[in-house]
Design a protein around this ligand. Structure first.
Ligand SMILES: Nc1ncnc2c1ncn2[C@@H]1O[C@H](COP(=O)(O)OP(=O)(O)O)[C@@H](O)[C@H]1O
Ligand SMILES: [Mg+2]
Length: 237
């Protein structure tokens, strides 16, 4: 077997002396949607931060295309092809939609940034309509589109999303999931935390159930949805 495309392997660490993650492993392959679910406080966001280099690991490693990137800064990981949409504060509310996208391209020096922006407007047409509006004036779902669009501006190989559908209606959630599927079909890997566990596992190639910083279940999205124990404990029956 070849090395996984992106893997946070046996990650142990936390915010100080106390470990939040315990031997936690997350991985995703090209074009695959991997979903992380679990109760509040399970360490899902912490695990995402660890994979993106925002948390110092006491043990374990992060590897991208076989290369050990454990000691790289988040910025350096962006240059390697990683994009991250954090759970909160993921847009500049005082800037326009287009300025947000421009900010997303901060590491790029080529002259095709405009083309990427048009692709993002193709994916999220409402953003083109509202491109000169302040991002803070948009609806919750539209803001999440700005956040995802901003991360796509670096043309990442892997897109990490922490609760992209937080606070949006079921219809808007479905629409966002459709766009996420569309992004994955272009070959980009998606590593995503979701509160809407059922719906997210339904579109997931692979799912990770985390509890107290540990891997509890790992399987295909469909297998997890069909597992009576997973259903009872994490999917409301
Ligand atoms: N910046 C932080 N400093 C200290 N503890 C934190 C910090 N962020 C989260 N925690 C703690 O880490 C644990 C896991 O939190 P988090 O990763 O946000 O969980 P989840 O995303 O699964 O809801 C919780 O006990 C939380 O209180
Ligand atoms: Mg979280």
């Amino acid at each position: 077997m070849s090395a996984p495309f992106l893997i946070g392997e046996n990650m142990t660490g936390g915010y100080g002396a106390v470990d939040i993650l315990h031997d936690c492993t997350l991985a995703v392959e090209p074009g695959e949607i991997a979903v992380i679910v679990g109760p509040n406080g399970a360490g899902k966001s912490t695990a995402m931060k660890a994979v993106f280099g925002m948390l110092k690991l006491r043990q374990g490693s992060v590897k991208l295309m076989g290369e050990d990137i454990t000691s790289l800064s988040p910025q350096a990981r962006v240059r390697k092809g990683m994009g991250f949409v954090p759970q909160t504060h993921n847009i500049f509310t005082g800037m326009t939609v287009e300025e947000n996208l421009e900010m997303g391209a901060f590491i790029r020096q080529d002259d095709t940034i405009r083309d990427t922006m048009e692709q993002i407007y193709g994916l999220f047409p409402i953003l083109k309509q509202k491109r000169y509006q302040k991002a803070g004036e948009l609806s919750g779902g539209q803001r999440q589109q700005v956040a995802v669009g901003r991360a796509l501006m670096t043309q990442p190989k892997v897109l990490m999303l922490d609760e992209p559908t937080a606070g949006v209606s079921p219809i808007v959630m479905d629409e966002l999931f459709d766009r996420i599927i569309e992004i994955a079909r272009t070959g980009i890997s998606i590593l995503m935390v979701e509160q809407n566990a059922r719906q997210a596992l339904d579109i997931a190639d692979k799912g990770f159930v985390l509890v107290q910083g540990r891997n509890r279940y790992t399987d295909s999205g469909q297998a997890l949805l069909a597992d009576p124990d997973v259903r009872k404990s994490f999917l409301g029956g």
